[in-house]
Design a protein. Structure first.
Lengths: 680, 764
């Protein structure tokens, strides 16, 4: 608590200080860039500006930048800028006033700079092939050249481009041209090589694997080599976790590595295309700068919070960059972005919106869920679709054991795991409260039924079993489907010979099938549903079922008629409609159950689905065989030809569609051209 | 027999073909004759007379032997003297009481030792021409003395008349400069004095007194004023070479017709990430020397639609700070000659228009940006461009009715605010005390907000239909709510209407297409101004038939372009002229509301919507100032951008207090997540239930502020270094706004952090 108060005090002091520094500057209402976030379904959507451009540092004191390529911020709030062109590290305060210069006459091409907590400065120098260490005053205290260890490799060059160091002084160095990973160097004995760290791996696509199998060695040698990319940049946070970004790595361009080199982040579709630098803020938020000027902010799990910024195409507005090389965050959450092309440092200031979000991130990480609800609800008021806020709100309520509210927010966030947990609790409470009554009610119902039956029998003698095998009205036909389902061969005979089926009955079954499939699609439990909430597209659903069913039946009929099958179209149509019965009978129960399941029992649903579909498949195969009086061989043949026919038919439809649209296009173009010629 | 049948058949076939051909011809003719006004307009037809300033011409006797730094006195009045150095047409304006001067060229050659010849010519001439040779895309600047141009000066009452002949380039024009008693100076180049005799040499751009009031490095205290957004300043301090270019912006939007293209970069090839910079709404710029207490506001009175405003800080090109306007007289464009990328560069004909700038000089207490803004207000009133309008505080609540999303092969309506919803919202707000409301209803028409153009009152059924809407409008009128139907008057949607004719073709005769990277409709085209005019007339008739008198328009209010009609080039002046005609016609019996209108249409709008509160944050601008607000507050109501989309709500609220701009909200009844698949997917936060309390709070607080100053003008504005801003009104009320995070006490007034304080007159 004490610490927290101090923290807040410090922060507010810093705020006052910086306000005096930046006085006279008011943030503009309209930023030069848009800000995006994602909603629960992962759709990218615009949101309020997360950071507003504040200022641009174009010079440090009297010194202009020559070729600035890296930047670090010290705990004291000084910027250390590695200028490869001027061969020095420039030290400036956050206003852009020079406070020092490091490495004059020592450094050749400083490309990476890192400032440790105690003020020790580590510089990676590509051309000197060394890592230099300076103390707080700027005196050279150590330098490390190529490791002598044989494990490092004699032929491997040592061209350090970026460097960070942990609290014990162990250095993590990205070396140009070294694909093995990050070089881990201990400061003892003038730099002993500890091994490689955080190596990227390549993956082979199935096509590449096939190529490797088929091609000769000579051919393979000609192919592009599949070498893992070296990380582009890295960062170390207070807890010693290492963050790397890699260009050209499609799936995993951002990694958060623990001390063992294990990546703690999951793959995510919202990585930067050309990540250039990474840093972390004081809320464990991760910030990645794209070389093209985009900035991505993630929470500690690597879930996207914001992305904003963009390239400057001659607009000359603060906040747009051309070639970003480094990113840093100060204690006031301001972002500093180094642009080596424009030779400027752009400063961004968090907006009220982002401050709220950061506050909630902070509280959330401290486990103060209840307190985090207030800023979160303000964030949600400003943008109700904000994925992270909804999810965090859900977690907060879950921790508070307010499961109903948690359920609501998890549902908004489409956070399935969270929803499942919350629902388990809700269900548990329900069961605890009502199980006795429910069981009692069921027993009562059964007893009442039995009692009624007894009374009935006492009055009328025994219950007559309705015999439907000899009736053929619609009701009987409908009931016959239950029989068909269990005895398909017998059922097919009934359909073919005994008039157990009619167009009306088949159509009713088909309609029932459509109805249930629609209900399944839209009213299944949240956890098993695949469609977007609140979106209905019923005509498409009906249409697709009808087209598939009728199309398949038609194709099948065409095929069997030329294969000496005995079935007529009506018979096939009706029998196939009867084949849908398992779906109609079983699915309603599955749908009902899916609404009360959590992820713990959800395996029941796919299991039930497999049963239904296998059953239907068996029925269809038997129907095909029985109605046409085929042998097994003939059935297989008819099936294969049907598949082929379907393929041809769909191809035909496609061709006709394409041709037709071409014709229409042509006619429209001609008319437009004529009209245009006359008109102008 | 058989043969006969054949010939009969052939004849029938022939007749059928003939009939089809005739029918086709008839259709074509019909379309042709119905495709709007086809006649292009030329300079002579749209020429407007330029009124003289109201003040008297300073044509008293002047002592022409009096000189100042090699310049001779040519005109004077009680306040100012005008000196001229003939060979370079260099002028000096001297304030008689303080002796402060503003010079228009650099006469000291030593100071230009490091400058190349081209820039030297620019810095040393009162008039500079950029020469368009052949089809070169780079235009050469030519000054007066060095290029050997001949200058003949005649004294005329109140000033001088100069005939400038660039003999080597075989072109020239005449310039007239006059001083008036109110301290204003006009500079005028009439179109009909311009001649270009050489076939391959044309005037590209003209600069008039580009260095007027210039300063060197940080030698003089002061700032340049540019009309970026609400207004911005560039300080005259030593920039230490930080910038290699300065502010350049075309007045009234960029020109889509001559393809000022830039490479667009999209995030993940899908998302447009840039917001456009603020437009120049008023054709003004200024220079103030704060220590010498002299300054001027330049108003471009004619030719503003072809002007670009330049403000260049020291370090970019030279050591001097200068602000000016350039006037485009011809432009180059790329004419594609094949689909595979072949192209040639072409030059347009001369763009015909008069050039006239009026420099309004200020001194003493008035020599600051607030003084410039006041001077601009007086100017607008004098010119009759703006009369004081009814200015009651109102909150703007815009509603989005419906948009459409793709659905199978059709479009499906996504209604988000129906007429009934609006009624309910009004009732709810009325109960909470919010009664003064202005509303624009967007997306009311059949087919939704992007089914444009709208030519008749055809209301979409999904929001309640026409009868209901008319009823609501009637009710609103009774309640005193200003209810406007909104539409874009410039854009056309090729998917919902026939856009074969009358759409804008750029100078290269290719159709102009606006890409917006949205889900449903990704491309829009522009109507020609002629067709926009026709569409608006049709809409007006339909509105009148339904007794609707309120119309809100966007697009037309701040977009101008060069285009081709047949083979004729139609200039931005033509678009401006036709739009003005259309607005004037509508204004006769209707009340118009224009979205961030350009200065030339200010007299037609009842209020300004989407007024910027700040500037675009260019790297070289130092301070954002509410220039337009100071000029217009009390004259015409202003409504800001939508509060929903502001990330810094507190700061934005204080900005509204400071600038006197009224708040705006964009509302929907339904959750805006419904809109995710529509073109309105950028509306991410708009649900009424979310904003209800905020609307009520804003309304109550801002109503109080604005009632304290209702009908008054702003006479002073000061932004202090500690984050305190003081705005003073002419009724004695001062508003102290504290943008800092700590309480501030000034003039005996304590203002809490991030808050404001109204101080009535005399309390000080």
């Amino acid at each position: 608590m004490k610490k927290k108060i101090r923290n807040i005090l410090l922060r507010s002091c810093a705020l006052v200080v910086c306000f005096i520094l930046m006085a006279g500057m008011t943030a503009s209402a309209d930023t030069p860039y848009k800000t995006y976030t994602i909603d629960g379904y992962g759709y990218v959507l615009e949101t309020q500006s997360a950071y507003n451009p504040l200022a641009a540092i174009t010079k440090v004191g009297e010194t202009s930048f020559v070729n600035p390529v890296d930047m670090a911020i010290s705990k004291e709030g000084n910027l250390y800028i590695a200028d490869a062109g001027a061969h020095v590290i420039l030290v400036s305060n956050l206003k852009g006033e020079q406070v020092g210069m490091i490495g004059e006459g020592i450094l050749q091409t400083p490309t990476g700079v890192y400032v440790a907590e105690d003020g020790t400065v580590y510089v990676a120098d590509k051309d000197a092939k060394k890592v230099f260490v300076f103390d707080k005053q700027g005196n050279l205290t150590a330098e490390y050249g190529k490791p002598t260890s044989p494990i490092y490799g004699n032929s491997m060059d040592f061209k350090p481009s970026k460097v960070v160091a942990n609290k014990t002084g162990t250095m993590y160095i990205i070396c140009e041209g070294n694909m093995n990973g990050i070089v881990q160097l201990s400061p003892v004995e003038g730099g002993s090589f500890l091994g490689y760290f955080g190596t990227n791996y390549t993956s082979l696509s199935p096509f590449q694997m096939l190529q490797r199998l088929i091609l000769t060695d000579a051919q393979r040698a000609q192919m592009l080599s599949n070498i893992p990319s070296t990380p582009t940049n890295l960062h170390i946070d207070d807890t010693g976790l290492i963050y790397t970004v890699t260009q050209g790595d499609q799936d995993m361009s951002l990694k958060k590595l623990n001390i063992a080199g294990k990546n703690l982040l999951d793959s995510d579709p919202y990585w930067a295309d050309l990540p250039a630098a990474v840093t972390t803020g004081q809320y464990h938020n991760i910030l990645v700068a794209d070389s093209d000027g985009y900035i991505y902010e993630y929470n500690e799990e690597g879930e996207l919070l914001f992305m904003f910024g963009g390239r400057d195409d001659g607009r000359q507005r603060i906040g747009l960059c051309n070639k970003v090389e480094a990113i840093a965050v100060d204690d006031n959450d301001r972002i500093y972005l180094l642009d080596s092309d424009k030779k400027q440092i752009h400063v961004f200031e968090p907006t009220e919106f982002t401050n709220l979000l950061h506050e909630s991130l902070y509280l959330f990480s401290k486990g103060q869920y209840t307190a985090s609800k207030e800023p979160l609800s303000k964030v949600l008021q400003m943008n109700s679709m904000f994925y992270y806020a909804n999810q965090a709100m859900g977690h907060a309520y879950l921790q508070e054991e307010n499961y109903d509210e948690a359920l609501k927010y998890f549902r908004l966030a489409k956070s399935f795991d969270g929803y499942s947990d919350a629902f388990w609790e809700v269900r548990n409470i329900w069961i605890r409260n009502y199980l006795v009554y429910a069981v009692a009610a069921i027993i009562l119902v059964i007893a009442a039924y039995k009692g009624a039956k007894k009374v009935y029998i006492a009055k009328h003698g025994s219950v007559e079993k309705v015999d439907i095998t000899h009736r053929s009205d619609l009701g009987a036909q409908l009931r016959y489907c239950l029989h068909f389902m269990r005895h398909p061969m017998d059922g097919c005979y009934g359909v073919k010979r005994e008039g157990k089926a009619s167009w009306a009955c088949a159509n009713i079954l088909l309609a029932a099938f459509i109805l249930i499939s629609i209900i399944e699609k839209y009213f299944s439990g949240f956890l098993v549903k695949n469609v977007r909430e609140g979106r209905y597209d019923i005509l498409t659903d009906i249409g697709s079922v009808l087209i598939i069913f009728i199309g398949l039946t038609l194709c099948n009929y065409l095929v069997v008629t030329i294969n000496e099958g005995e079935g007529f179209f009506k018979e096939l149509y009706c029998a196939y409609a009867y084949c849908l019965t398992p779906f109609i009978v079983i699915k309603p129960f599955v749908i009902l159950i899916s609404n009360v399941l959590t992820y713990n029992e959800v395996f029941l649903i796919p299991f039930a689905n497999i049963v239904v579909w296998v059953w239907m498949l068996v029925l269809i195969l038997l129907t095909l065989k029985e109605i046409n009086n085929f042998t097994v061989k003939e059935t297989a043949k008819a099936l294969a030809i049907t598949a082929f026919t379907v393929l041809i038919l769909s191809l035909l439809v496609c061709i006709i569609y394409v041709l037709f649209s071409q014709v229409i296009d042509f006619v429209v173009t001609v008319i437009r051209e004529v009209v245009y010629r006359i008109g102008s | 027999m058989e043969a006969k049948k054949k010939t009969v058949k052939k004849r029938i076939l022939g007749v059928i073909i003939l009939a089809v051909l005739i029918l086709l011809a008839a259709i074509c003719y019909y379309l042709f004759t119905n495709s709007g006004k086809k006649d292009g307009l030329e300079f002579g037809q749209i020429q407007q007379t330029l009124p003289e300033p109201a003040a008297a011409l300073s044509n008293g006797t002047t002592d022409t032997s009096k000189t100042l730094e090699g310049h001779t006195l040519v005109a004077e009045n009680d306040l100012y003297e005008l000196y001229l150095y003939e060979p370079a047409l260099s002028i000096i304006v001297r304030n008689k009481s303080t002796g402060a001067v503003m010079e228009s060229t650099i006469r000291d050659n030593e100071k230009l030792a490091n400058v190349n010849e081209t820039w030297k010519g620019f810095l040393q001439s009162g008039v500079v021409v950029e020469l368009q040779e052949e089809t070169n895309t780079i235009q050469k600047k030519i000054g007066l003395e060095a290029s050997g141009a001949s200058v003949t000066v005649d004294q005329i009452p109140g000033g001088f008349h100069a005939k400038i002949d660039y003999t080597a380039q075989e072109l020239g024009f005449e310039l007239e400069v006059k001083l008036y008693d109110d301290g204003s100076i006009t500079a005028y180049i009439p179109e009909n004095s311009i001649y270009e005799n050489a076939a391959n040499k044309k005037i590209g751009n003209i600069y008039l007194f580009p260095l007027l009031g210039h300063t060197r490095l940080g030698e003089v205290d002061g700032y340049m004023f540019v009309p970026d957004g609400n207004g911005a300043l560039i300080y005259l301090d030593d920039k230490e070479g930080r910038f290699d270019s300065g502010y350049v912006q075309k007045v009234y939007s960029s020109d889509i017709g001559v393809g000022e293209s830039y490479v667009l970069s999209l995030l993940w090839d899908k998302y447009e990430t840039h917001n456009d910079a603020e437009q120049v709404l008023a054709p003004v710029f200024g220079m103030v020397h704060t220590k010498d207490r002299i300054g001027y506001l330049a108003v471009i009175e004619s030719g503003e639609e072809e002007a670009s405003i330049y403000a260049t800080p020291n370090g970019a090109y030279s050591e001097y700070n200068w602000v000016t306007a350039s006037f485009r007289k011809c432009a180059t464009y790329i004419q594609p000659t094949s689909n595979s990328g072949g192209s040639v560069t072409k030059v347009t004909d001369r763009i015909g228009y008069d050039i006239k700038i009026r420099y309004l000089f200020v001194d003493g207490e008035e020599a600051d940006y607030a003084g410039l803004a006041k001077r601009y207000r007086e100017y607008l009133i004098e010119k009759g461009e703006l009369t004081q309008k009814e200015d009651e505080f109102k909150v703007r609540l815009d509603f989005l009715g419906m948009d459409v999303e793709n659905w199978m092969m059709w479009k499906k309506a996504v209604p988000v605010t129906t007429v009934d919803n609006i009624r309910e919202i009004y009732a709810d707000l009325e109960a909470a005390g919010v009664t003064d409301i202005l509303t624009q209803y967007k997306g009311w028409q059949d087919g939704g907000i992007y089914d444009i153009p709208v030519m008749s009152v055809d209301v979409d059924d999904s929001i309640g239909g026409k009868k209901e809407l008319l009823k609501l409008m009637e009710e609103s009128e009774k309640k005193g709510i200003d209810f406007y139907l909104y539409t874009d008057a410039i854009r056309a949607n090729p998917e919902t209407g026939n856009t074969t004719f009358d759409t804008v073709k750029k100078m290269d005769k290719r159709l102009y297409e606006e890409q917006n990277y949205k889900n449903v409709y990704d491309t829009f085209v522009f109507w020609t101004p002629q067709k926009s005019y026709d569409n608006l007339v049709k809409l007006e008739n339909s509105l009148k038939k339904n007794n609707i008198n309120n119309l809100a328009l966007s697009g037309i209010s701040n977009t101008l372009f060069t285009y081709t009609l047949g083979d004729l080039m139609q200039t931005r002046s033509v678009s401006k002229y036709l739009y003005e005609q259309a607005l004037a016609k509508l204004d006769e019996d209707m009340t118009l509301l224009l979205e961030s209108p350009a200065a030339c249409y200010w007299s037609y709008t009842k209020a300004m919507t989407d007024m910027p509160v700040a500037d675009s944050d260019y790297i070289y601008t130092d301070q954002s100032v509410p220039f337009l607000s100071i000029a217009l507050k009390g004259l015409v109501p202003m409504y800001g951008d939508y509060v929903n989309f502001e990330a810094n709500e507190k700061e934005y609220f204080l900005k509204l207090v400071e600038t006197g701009i009224y708040p705006s909200f964009y509302l929907t009844w339904e959750d805006p997540s419904d809109l995710i698949y529509t073109n309105s997917s950028d509306v991410y936060s708009s649900e009424y239930n979310v904003y209800r309390d905020q609307i009520i709070d804003y309304y109550k607080e801002l109503k109080e502020v604005n009632e304290a100053v209702n009908g008054s003008f702003i006479i002073g504005h000061k932004a202090m270094d500690n984050g305190l801003t003081v705005v003073t009104y002419d009724n004695g009320v001062s508003i102290y706004i504290n943008y800092s995070e700590s309480d501030i006490t000034a003039d005996g007034v304590t203002v809490p952090a991030l808050a404001y304080q109204i101080v009535a007159g005399g309390v000080r």
